[in-house]
Design a protein around this ligand. Structure first.
Ligand code: SF4
Length: 443
């Protein structure tokens, strides 16, 4: 929770000595509250005051690192209030109690569900390697080894007896350890702390989970992920929401951790139900979601996740520049459009589908779509001509055909005047018509 200037002022020495460069301690406190200064700029703050301020300014939800991924660190309950910062991570599930065909299929499907959407890789980031006591230990370790080979981060849900061997197989792969509960948390925590990995903590219910986390924190382990799966979808949803709400609204730092939910436990074998629940927990508030993920589930889920975890205050833009597509070279025609990411990816996708080599010229249009950019004055004959000059395109590309988006056909005359060496052509109004247009133009 952000501290107010008055709260900070109460902790200053109130001597107005000016050593911090401010005329008064109050002026200093106001600047610290606004983020313009840090508290250590006052050399006279007591150790107690510094400790108190650092505790008060600690974020309500910790950020947990799992290899290249960040979990948690959220500051708002609603995405429209600000933005969510750490997207939900999707995990597939393999298990030493499952038939070999199932596990083989899951690992093979990782390559099927791996594609680009609006510049972002859509794939399952994690593999949950589940151990069932009584089923073969060596098969579990084999699954760990094969999962490591995929390059994914792992969640090792394993017995304490097998954990060391499983961890030894991980090498440089990132992993979290799972299996801690109210009975055994001390031993799991000791191992996770020694290995410097996050610990996934489970419990029978929210109260018990709170107790265990308190004890783990008291023992010094704050590298935790909270398993809210419990015993039903309803309990899991209540758990995910309560954990997040308690941390962000109730200022309950004990629950200030990312959450984990295992849909293979809640809807075993029912991929449609798992997909529906995954959508629910993507919106509220599963940091790691374990499920059976196939291509049909991936398409809606990854689209949903991408929409929820983009910053609504930042336009989705691509970098201005020349994008040669389908092996385009200096002799290939040029097309131009705006830098709005959705426009770029739709247009570039259709160009790629056409197979026609094209140099796609993306100018800075403020991250707006074609018509919005034109209406806002961000896309004009002048802006396109200036872009071509500034990028030195006439020195890089010999072809002098430039295709305009059909929606701004009105720019053709003025642009032709500004670029007398070029042949300005009006393209299609819709991206979907580009394949036919380009193939016919090429002929
Ligand atoms: S250095 Fe500290 S004590 Fe001196 S004016 Fe600044 S805040 Fe006050």
């Amino acid at each position: 929770m952000a501290l107010k200037g008055l709260d900070i002022f109460k902790l200053t020495p109130k001597t107005n000595c000016k050593e911090c460069g401010n005329p008064t301690c109050m002026a200093f406190a106001m600047k610290v509250a606004s983020g313009a200064l840090t508290i250590d700029k006052c050399p006279h703050m007591s150790a107690e005051a510094l400790a108190s301020l650092s505790a008060a300014t600690e974020p309500p939800m910790k950020t947990i690192t799992l290899g290249e991924y960040k979990l948690g660190g959220e500051t708002v309950l609603m995405r429209h209030d600000k933005t969510f910062v750490s997207k939900s991570l999707y995990s597939v599930h393999v298990c030493n109690a499952a038939p070999a065909e199932y596990n083989d299929g899951v690992l093979a499907d990782l390559e099927v569900v791996d594609y680009d959407r609006i510049g972002e890789r859509m794939h399952a980031e994690l593999i949950h390697v589940n151990y069932v006591p009584g089923c073969p230990d060596d098969y579990y370790l084999d699954l760990v080894k094969r999962s490591v080979a995929t390059g994914r981060a792992l969640i090792l849900n394993t017995s304490l007896e097998l954990a060391e061997q499983a961890i030894a197989l991980c090498g440089d792969a990132a992993y979290a350890l799972q299996g801690a509960n109210a009975e055994n948390y001390e031993a799991y925590s000791a191992l996770a702390t020694a290995k410097k990995c996050p610990l996934v903590v489970g419990a029978a219910n929210l109260d018990e989970l709170h107790d265990v986390v308190e004890k783990l924190e008291a023992a010094g382990n704050k590298n935790l992920i909270l398993d809210v799966t419990f015993d039903s979808a309803a309990a899991a949803f209540e758990g995910a929401v309560e954990v997040r709400r308690a941390a962000l609204k109730g200022n309950d730092r004990t629950f200030g951790y990312p959450s984990f939910v295992d849909l293979t436990r809640l809807a075993r074998g029912d991929k449609n139900m798992q997909c529906a629940l995954a959508a629910l927990f993507t919106a509220k508030y599963g940091s790691i979601i374990v499920m059976d993920l196939d291509y049909a589930s991936a398409l809606p889920l990854f689209g949903l996740r991408q929409n929820i975890f983009t910053d609504p205050q930042k336009p989705m833009k691509v970098e201005p520049g020349i994008y040669p597509l389908n092996g385009a070279d200096e002799n290939s025609i040029c097309m131009t459009t705006v830098d709005f990411a959705l426009t770029y990816f739709v247009v570039s996708g259709e160009i790629e589908r056409s197979g026609v080599p094209v140099n796609l010229l993306i100018s800075d249009a403020g991250g707006y779509s074609v018509l919005t950019a034109w209406a806002a004055g961000k896309l004009s004959a002048s802006s396109i001509a200036k872009f071509i000059e500034e990028q030195g395109i006439e020195n890089k590309i010999k072809n002098r055909t430039l295709v305009l988006p059909g929606k701004v056909a009105v720019l053709k005359g003025e642009l032709q005047e500004k670029l007398p060496n070029w042949k300005v052509v009006v393209g299609t109004r819709e991206a979907i018509e580009l394949v036919k247009f380009l193939r016919e133009y090429q002929d």
